[in-house]
Design a protein around this ligand. Structure first.
Ligand SMILES: Cc1cc2nc3c(=O)[nH]c(=O)nc-3n(C[C@H](O)[C@H](O)[C@H](O)COP(=O)(O)OP(=O)(O)OC[C@H]3O[C@@H](n4cnc5c(N)ncnc54)[C@H](O)[C@@H]3O)c2cc1C
Length: 392
């Protein structure tokens, strides 16, 4: 089976090359072109088929809970996201959210919580969501105001969450709320809230430029058992950051896949479009564009897989990979936006026709520069780590 040439880089093992080749063959057959309509049912179907084929096992941790590895393997989830996003942003989204939504349980859940939720997530039978952002707490996430009051062996949740992916179709939500053990970030806890719990409702569905299920959630005196808390009281912020840390590099990989698809599309058009007695690709201005696109893609790939490889090697030990993950996300998402823009330019008028691949990519890439830490937040993280390094 053939694997993409960049997987010959020393970051990878044979199991990664096999994974990429097998997934590519599967995605060719089973990942449909995303449509603008019926995103809920498209997502449900994608989760179901990704689960049935075994790909979602990479998104959860622990062999006894349905995972492929004891800890989530960063290179594997990056390869999966890079491959899926080349085919469909929606398929990538469906895979990523199963991991992000159940990530807090994988990292800090009790054995009973893992047993109840993770195997069903891995099989694609239960849909997960990650509910951290609020109307007044996005980039400044430690400002979150949703409240959690312990009442005997129950917890009462009140407040709103917004921009919640899978909102409306998820079976359970990892909800982060202020429980007040300490001021600021040390007074936040994480909870599992199942859809249909009284007091928990979908306040609004939100439509975005690249459609996927998204909602604002409302909790009014929503009571859940205290056993639904993930980790200890006051540990929620740490759990949220650890979850994002696992998945941030994979956002870079998703952007990389979209960039690669854009370059493929650009090459296909540039080598066939006749103009001025030649083809578009014979013109040097086009060649400069193509060269820059290839350079951006390879730089992004090197940064992405450096971060993933470092994370897998350290397995949570050592000095961490915060700076490398931030560099990967910043470079790959910003870079892919430029690559896709160039591809669209090469396609000319056809590039802006609805549902053409480059038009779809142009919409799909945009949110990646905002969620899981906007580009400006990644810049601040990189600078902070640099300064910290000087002081050590
Ligand atoms: C499609 C989509 C899916 C999402 N899915 C989820 C989800 O599943 N779960 C979840 O919890 N959240 C989710 N989010 C929310 C996402 O994480 C937030 O949108 C993001 O954190 C930014 O918050 P905000 O939108 O409130 O923007 P704001 O915090 O208001 O920031 C606006 C802009 O300010 C700039 N900025 C930020 N910090 C600085 C700074 N220090 N200096 C200068 N400029 C700065 C950035 O350009 C940023 O885009 C999703 C968002 C989108 C768009």
């Amino acid at each position: 089976m053939e694997h993409p040439p960049h997987l010959d880089w020393p970051f990878f093992e044979d199991r990664h090359r096999l994974l990429a080749a097998q997934l590519e063959t599967w995605a060719d057959k089973h990942v449909p072109v995303p449509r603008h309509r019926d995103v809920d049912s498209q997502c449900r179907q994608l989760v179901h088929s990704l689960g049935a084929a075994g790909w979602l096992r990479h998104a959860v941790a622990g062999g006894e809970y349905g995972g492929t590895d004891e800890l989530i393997d960063s290179r594997s989830i990056c390869i999966i996201r890079e491959t899926l996003s080349r085919h469909s942003g929606l398929a990538d989204f469906a895979f990523a959210m199963q991991g992000l939504g159940s990530g807090a349980i994988s990292l800090a859940g009790t054995p009973a919580q893992k047993e109840r939720y993770l195997p069903a997530v891995a099989r694609g039978e239960s849909i997960a969501a990650f509910a951290l952002s609020e109307p007044d707490a996005g980039s400044d996430v430690a400002a979150l105001a949703c409240s959690a009051h312990v009442d005997g062996d129950e917890v009462i949740l009140n407040g709103e969450k917004t921009w919640i992916s899978n909102g409306g179709i998820a079976d359970f939500y990892a909800v982060f709320a202020r429980s007040g053990e300490a001021p600021g970030a040390r007074g936040i806890s994480a909870f599992i809230v199942e859809a249909g719990t009284p007091g928990f409702e979908i306040a609004e569905r939100i439509e975005v430029i690249a459609p996927h299920p998204l909602a604002r959630l409302r909790m009014v005196d929503c009571r859940i058992p205290l056993t639904q808390r993930i980790g200890e009281g006051g540990e929620g912020f740490k759990v949220a950051m650890r979850t994002l840390d696992v998945f941030r590099t994979s956002v870079a990989a998703a952007a990389l896949g979209m960039g690669r698809r854009a370059l493929d599309e650009a090459l296909q058009r540039a080598t066939t479009r006749k103009m001025f007695g030649k083809t578009l690709g014979d013109l040097q201005l086009t060649q400069a564009k193509l060269a820059q696109m290839a350079l951006t893609i390879d730089s992004s790939a090197l940064l992405t897989y450096r971060a993933a490889w470092m994370r897998d090697r350290q397995r949570g030990q050592g000095r961490g990979t915060t700076m490398e993950a931030a560099m990967a996300k910043l470079a790959a998402t910003e870079g892919a936006q430029q690559v896709i823009d160039s591809a669209l330019q090469i396609w000319g008028g056809l590039g802006v026709v609805s549902e053409q691949p480059v038009e779809r990519l142009y919409r799909e890439i945009r949110a990646l520069r905002i969620y899981e830490g906007a580009s400006e937040v990644q810049q601040l993280i990189i600078a902070r780590e640099l300064v910290k390094g000087m002081k050590e």
